[in-house]
Write a protein that binds this ligand. Structure first.
Ligand SMILES: [Zn+2]
Length: 262
């Protein structure tokens, strides 16, 4: 549904880029209108009243007016700035990664209530100090669910049989799990341990509280991260085509906190 001529919306700021001398184009994620781009005029001037309310990762309440090309932010009031996140580079880099992933997965104008709530909950969890890796893995799997790209974790995508509780294989190209006989030699297929599959199922279907209750050792955490990353890269390459972001995922796993203040 297109927004009215002047409208108020809650939003999380995903990204900013410079426009002209003093303005910025702000990428917002909103519950009712999904992803929006809007111009924030004069925000690069030192006395701008808007600037502090439109920083990347801020949960803000904004007033927008429809413009000829892009909408214009006329007012903004920060609701949550997640100050503790900004003091910790480790958490900040993960928060920026989640915002970037939402940006890459969301076409402009698609309704985004559930993705908005997921991103907001994720930023709060990261700010409150919950285990950052678990928070991000849960976010990745839930975002895949909401965007319609959930990997198949219950039957073999080769022979369609239910998966036995034995080491199976995970194949991003197949879209999920393959049994040992279908998986051996299949393209991009990697071993998936019994515990790895259990954790991935929990990330997909469980609540965040359920995930927190499970003790996940380092090797298992790395295995799950490896499979989810490979799957995200595959989906982004095939369906979203986000080359620069994929390169960065490949190189370092999380984005660098550059661009927060620019
Ligand atoms: Zn099979």
């Amino acid at each position: 549904m297109p927004p009215p001529r002047v409208y108020k919306t809650e939003a999380i700021v995903l990204r900013q880029r410079k426009l002209g001398e003093a303005d910025k184009i702000i990428t917002l994620y909103t519950p009712n209108y999904g992803k929006l781009e809007a111009v924030a005029k004069g925000v690069r001037r030192p006395k701008s009243r808007l600037a502090g309310h439109l920083e990347v990762l801020t949960y803000t309440s904004a007033m927008l007016a429809q413009g000829r090309n892009l909408d214009v932010v006329t007012q903004a009031q920060a609701v949550e700035v997640f100050a503790s996140l900004r003091e910790d580079l480790h958490r900040l880099s993960r928060a920026l990664y989640t915002a970037e992933l939402v940006d890459r997965f969301s076409p402009e104008g698609a309704e985004g209530y559930h993705i908005f709530q997921l991103l907001l909950a994720t930023l709060r969890r990261l700010a409150e100090g919950a285990g950052a890796d678990v928070v991000v893995r849960y976010f990745e799997m839930q975002l895949l669910n909401l965007a319609g790209f959930q990997p198949q974790l219950h039957h073999c995508l080769g022979c369609q049989r239910s998966l036995a509780p034995v080491p199976n294989c995970f194949s991003p190209a197949a879209g999920g799990v393959l049994c040992p006989s279908c998986g051996s030699g299949a393209v991009s297929s990697r071993p998936l341990s019994v515990s790895g599959l259990k954790v991935m199922r929990l990330l997909q279907k469980g609540g965040f509280g359920d995930v927190l209750r499970v003790r996940i050792g380092q090797t298992l955490a790395q295995e799950v991260e490896f499979h989810l990353r490979a799957y995200l890269i595959h989906v982004l390459e095939r369906d979203v085509r986000s080359a620069a972001f994929i390169d960065r995922l490949r190189r370092e796993g999380v984005v660098e906190p550059a661009g927060v203040a620019d």
